[in-house]
Design a protein around this ligand. Structure first.
Ligand SMILES: Cc1ncc(C[n+]2csc(CCOP(=O)(O)OP(=O)(O)O)c2C)c(N)n1
Ligand SMILES: [Mg+2]
Length: 199
């Protein structure tokens, strides 16, 4: 999957949403294609991927066919896309997938598996108590899990740094065996595609 394919996929979903063809929330990505394409080179087919409400790109990069993904989105499931066959799960709850991801990693370790868990979280999610606990536990127990912190500077319409009165996020610029931080500029609004849609 190339950068233009990812961008075009989101553009098509944005258009469908603005034309009232999707009767449920959507959360689109933009500006992080290069990072994700590069990062996914290390994610194997048998690895597990956990995401938030914003996960179209991860689904495509994990191998979910475009048609299958589009159908789920048209069915109103963009906010919680789960494809067990492709080992990718999303949750619309802030931090909701984190304990599950850690549990899967613990199970992989106990079963001496070589597979790994990759967990994508937003900047605000990375500041929550549950994220701090999950990252601490995973590090200390040396679990086969990696957390990717995706900083678009915002939590819905709130500036994350202002909300916590801190100029630097806790995991800002961290890059080690357990955490990868990156920044991107989201051109779409937090949810939707920029047009007020009324059914
Ligand atoms: C437990 C919980 N509280 C609040 C919300 C509402 N909510 C949805 S997305 C979001 C912002 C999270 O921001 P961030 O983690 O930075 O992710 P982004 O959307 O920017 O990718 C909030 C507060 C929620 N879904 N779940
Ligand atoms: Mg954010």
């Amino acid at each position: 999957m190339e950068k233009k394919d990812l961008i075009n996929f989101e553009k098509e979903i944005a258009e469908l949403f603005n034309n009232k063809k999707i009767r449920a929330p959507i959360h689109l990505y933009s500006g992080n294609e290069d990072f994700l394409i590069n990062f996914f080179k290390k994610i194997k087919k048998q690895d597990w991927v956990f995401c938030s409400w914003r996960s179209h790109y991860q689904c495509l990069l994990k191998g979910v066919p475009e048609k299958k993904l589009k159908k789920e989105i048209l069915d109103g499931k963009s906010i919680s896309l789960c494809f067990p066959d492709y080992k990718i799960y999303s949750s619309a709850i802030v931090g909701g997938n984190l304990p599950t991801a850690v549990g899967v990693a613990l199970s992989l370790k106990r079963n001496n598996s070589n597979d790994k868990v990759y967990t994508f979280i937003g900047d605000m999610t990375s500041e929550t108590g549950i994220a701090h606990e999950c990252i601490k536990y995973s590090r200390n127990k040396k679990l086969p899990i990696h957390f990717i912190i995706e900083d678009n500077k915002k939590s819905v319409c709130t500036d994350t740094r202002t909300a916590w009165s801190q100029t630097k996020l806790t995991y800002e610029n961290v890059s080690d065996d357990y955490v990868t931080y990156y920044k991107y500029d989201l051109e779409y609004p937090h949810a939707g595609a920029g047009k007020r849609v009324q059914f």
